[in-house]
Design a binder for this molecule. Structure first.
Ligand SMILES: Cc1cc2nc3c(=O)[nH]c(=O)nc-3n(C[C@H](O)[C@H](O)[C@H](O)COP(=O)(O)O)c2cc1C
Length: 157
């Protein structure tokens, strides 16, 4: 069966996910990109992954940083998801972050932030699968997640 990319995207979109913002520092610039490809990999060792599209204008900045953070957005952070999904310089606004223990920008008020050290990466078709080792984490005990399903934002009821 020939798989049509548009149909595949729609089919995969039926898998409900959270929404994350990946943050890192590149050439002393704090950067951010919205993703929903985040997944947990392993508890011991503590590994997580996300995937980066090969045709991103800022591929080089996100493909190989030594450290990065995965910030899981709350339902009140949809504007951040939209902002950091825009094409452009992906520059992180100074009001939106603080610097974490391992030097990555940490998004303020995220539900959870995982500070990671790059473990390895693998080519996966038109994406690069980036695996990080969690070195520190911050979790808010309250708050509801921002969800993404069938191409639209959703909330838990
Ligand atoms: C909900 C959502 C999920 C996304 N997930 C990913 C993802 O997992 N990987 C990715 O590379 N881009 C993802 N994107 C696209 C990027 O956020 C961004 O739009 C894209 O990087 C912009 O193009 P540029 O990288 O050339 O600047 C997602 C966008 C949205 C709105």
């Amino acid at each position: 069966m020939d798989i049509d990319s548009r149909e595949l995207r729609d089919a995969l979109g039926r898998f409900a996910t959270g929404v994350c913002v990946i943050t890192t520092i590149d050439s002393q610039k704090p950067l951010a990109m919205t993703v929903n490809s985040f997944a947990s990999v392993s508890l011991d060792p503590p590994l997580v992954l996300w995937s980066l599209q090969n045709n991103s204008d800022i591929y080089a900045a996100f493909a190989g940083p030594e450290h990065f953070a995965i910030n899981i957005l709350s339902k009140d952070q949809q504007h951040l998801s939209n902002l950091y999904a825009q094409k452009g310089d992906h520059l992180l606004h100074p009001d939106h972050y603080r610097i974490g223990k391992y030097g990555s920008p940490i998004l303020r008020d995220a539900l959870t932030t995982l500070e990671c050290k790059l473990e390895t990466s693998h080519e996966g078709g038109d994406h690069l699968i980036i695996i990080g080792r969690v070195c520190d984490m911050h979790t808010r005990s309250t708050g509801k997640p921002l969800l993404f399903f069938s191409g639209a934002y959703r909330e838990l009821h």
